[in-house]
Design a protein. Structure first.
Length: 183
């Protein structure tokens, strides 16, 4: 049931992934689920760039090198993590948003629609036993140097994906009553 899948959804980090690949057909199913996200004025702003094999390793290298360029005091652990996140993932999906050229709606609505597309993928990953993690490092502002980006397109982060062996711990949430006011 969808309510169970929502409650089971977790961030599963690349350090937890095993070596089992994710086939292209599965990723296409996830992207198809993303494509059915709600979208105001039917702008469908989500754009995805799927990285597998050598391309995901190139991404990790690019991010680690860019981090060393822009940070006056880079930390070795972060340099290594930027590379390893990409290497350990079966696939990395760059999450991008294409701004409506007419700007017919506020940008936040297009960002929200893109986030809903990612949530669709994330819930499907949960159902399929695939772990994923959305990372939005400050380095995403430099992704036009790595990817060909259209005018008005920007990267919002990366969805790192992989199979995992360890069961994920139960999660808790604060009380709903503290977050809702009935009027």
């Amino acid at each position: 049931m969808i309510f169970d899948v929502i409650r089971q959804r977790r961030s599963v980090f690349p350090a937890q992934y095993n070596d089992q690949p994710i086939d292209r057909a599965t990723i296409e199913r996830l992207l198809e689920a993303a494509n059915w996200a709600p979208t105001h004025k039917k702008t469908e702003p989500w754009r995805f760039k799927v990285l597998m094999g050598k391309k995901k390793e190139e991404l990790g290298l690019f991010l680690s090198q860019k981090y060393q360029e822009v940070d006056p005091r880079p930390k070795q652990i972060k340099i290594r993590k930027l590379q390893e996140n990409a290497q350990r993932s079966a696939a990395v999906i760059a999450i991008c948003m294409q701004r409506d050229p007419l700007e017919s709606l506020p940008e936040w609505e297009e960002i929200a629609a893109t986030a809903m597309a990612v949530q669709n993928m994330w819930l499907c990953c949960t159902e399929l036993g695939i772990g994923c993690y959305w990372s939005s490092p400050g380095l995403i502002t430099h992704m036009g140097e790595f990817f060909e980006m259209n005018e008005g397109e920007r990267c919002l982060g990366f969805l790192y994906m992989g199979h995992y062996d360890e069961p994920q711990p139960e999660r808790t949430r604060g009380l709903l009553e503290e977050k809702v006011r009935w009027l």
